[in-house]
Design a binder for this molecule. Structure first.
Ligand code: AMP
Length: 116
């Protein structure tokens, strides 16, 4: 099933794209949780981090490297930021096209909520 992220990457629906190369695309989250909230996604549809293969190691590395470059562009590298990849139900994943959240521009607080 085609996800909304595939449609943004293909240009079928609008996205606030901040970076694109042959492996990844990055665009601003539509419901930002911080002054900077960018999603870094593979151009090809990989549903979750569980679905990465040996052949995707360069892609996985690129996602991390691009996140750091965007953080620098956004002026948040020195103060710091948080990178998050949610996986499946317990991870809170909502869109089944692998993506890394880049969050910054404010103090991010505790890493995870304590058990309710
Ligand atoms: P996750 O819970 O990790 O799957 O995160 C999915 C993220 O995608 C959420 O932060 C949403 O706000 C974001 N999102 C959903 N639809 C769009 C869209 N059309 N453009 C940008 N971000 C989106």
């Amino acid at each position: 099933m085609t996800t909304i992220f595939e449609k943004i990457i293909a240009g079928e629906i609008p996205g606030d794209i901040v970076y694109r190369d042959e492996l990844v695309t990055a665009f601003r989250d539509i419901q930002p949780l911080a002054p900077t909230h960018v999603l870094i996604v593979p151009n090809k549809p990989i549903p979750t981090v569980n679905d990465l293969t040996d052949a995707d190691e360069a892609l996985a590395g690129r996602m991390l490297h691009v996140a750091a470059r965007i953080a620098a562009q956004e002026g948040i590298a020195e103060d710091g930021y948080r990178l998050i990849i949610n996986c499946n139900r317990n991870g809170g994943q909502e869109v089944y096209h692998l993506h890394m959240h880049l969050l910054g521009g404010r103090r991010m607080g505790r890493m995870v909520m304590p058990p309710q």
